[in-house]
Write a protein that binds this ligand. Structure first.
Ligand code: FE2
Ligand code: FE2
Length: 258
C-alpha cells in the first residue's frame, strides 16, 4: 500500500509567474495522488494574487490541499484569499484536517500555518511582557491545534502540512539568528504526538530539504527555492517511505523568490 504525495511551498505567485508550473502540474496524475502546498502561495496576500494561485493550481486532476503562509497574511485579506482558493477547489487547512481516499489507502492530512518561537535550548518562553506571552501563546495554540487535528483523523497514513518549520534540521543554510522566526519545536512535538508518516513545510527559502523530528518522523522542506522544481514527490506506505526523484516536475524557473 503506497500513497504518492507531491508537495511544494513558497511559490509566491503573481501575474508574472502564472503558467510556469502548469505544464508540470498537468503531469501530476502520473506520479502523485495529491498535491500539498506549504504556504506562501502569494507575495503579499492580495485577492488578485490569490486569483493567480487559483488559475495555476485550480482544476487539476489530483486533489490540492494547502495551508497559508505569512506572506498570505500580509494584506489582511485572508478571508478573501481563502474564498478564492476554495472556489477553485483547493482545500485550505488551518488547525484542521482532511481525509482523502487514494488508491493506496486513506490519506489523512492535518495542516496549520504554524508560527515561530525557536528550538530546544534557544527558544522564546512564556514569561515577562504580555507581548512575549502573546507571541509564545500563538505558537502553542497553533501546535496544539495541529496535534489535535493529527490525532483526530481516521486514516491509513498521516501527513502533517505546515508553513513554519517543526525542526531546525531543515533550516540549515539560514542564519542562526533568524531560526526563532522560521519555526518552533512545538510543531515537532505535535507531529510526534500522532503516528505521522511525513511532515512537509516551507518558509525557509535558504534552508535544507531533509530533516527528522525527535520522534523519528521524516520532515521535508519543500520551499520552491530549496527543491528547485515544480514539486517533489514522496511515497508513504508500508515499509516504503521514500523520496522520489521525479523525472518530471521541473518548473520553468529556478528563480528564488523572497
Ligand atoms: Fe516564502
Ligand atoms: Fe514564509
Amino acid at each position: 500500500m503506497v500513497i504518492r504525495i507531491a508537495a511544494v511551498g513558497d511559490v509566491h505567485l503573481d501575474k508574472d509567474v502564472v503558467g510556469r508550473f502548469r505544464p508540470a502540474l498537468e503531469e501530476l496524475p502520473e506520479c502523485a495522488d495529491v498535491l500539498l502546498l506549504a504556504g506562501d502561495l502569494t507575495r503579499h496576500g492580495t485577492e488578485a494574487e490569490a486569483r493567480c494561485v487559483a488559475e495555476e493550481f485550480g482544476g487539476l486532476a489530483v486533489p490540492v490541499v494547502t495551508v497559508l503562509g505569512n506572506h498570505d497574511h500580509q494584506c489582511d485579506q485572508v478571508p478573501q484569499v481563502v474564498k478564492v482558493l476554495e472556489d477553485a477547489g483547493i482545500t485550505v487547512l488551518e488547525g484542521n484536517g482532511v481525509v482523502l481516499d487514494c488508491a493506496g489507502g486513506r490519506l489523512g492530512i492535518a495542516g496549520v500555518k504554524g508560527f515561530g518561537g525557536g528550538f530546544a535550548g534557544r527558544c522564546a518562553s512564556d514569561f515577562g511582557e504580555p507581548e512575549m506571552k502573546a507571541f509564545v501563546r500563538t505558537t502553542t495554540d497553533s501546535a496544539d491545534r495541529l496535534g489535535a487535528a493529527l490525532r483526530s483523523l481516521d486514516c491509513d497514513m498521516l501527513v502533517a502540512l505546515t508553513h513554519y518549520a517543526p525542526v531546525p534540521d531543515t533550516l540549515v543554510g539560514e542564519p542562526l539568528e533568524i531560526y526563532p522566526f522560521l519555526g518552533s519545536y512545538q510543531l515537532g512535538q505535535a507531529i510526534d504526538s500522532a503516528p505521522t508518516a511525513l511532515a512537509v513545510h516551507g518558509h525557509a527559502h535558504a534552508g535544507t530539504e531533509r530533516g527528522t523530528t525527535p520522534g523519528g518522523v521524516r520532515v521535508r522542506n519543500v520551499a520552491h527555492p530549496v527543491i528547485k522544481q515544480a514539486y517533489s514527490v514522496f511515497h508513504v506506505g508500508d515499509q516504503l517511505d521514500t523520496d522520489q526523484v521525479s523525472p518530471i516536475g521541473q518548473s520553468g524557473s529556478q528563480r528564488s523568490w523572497s
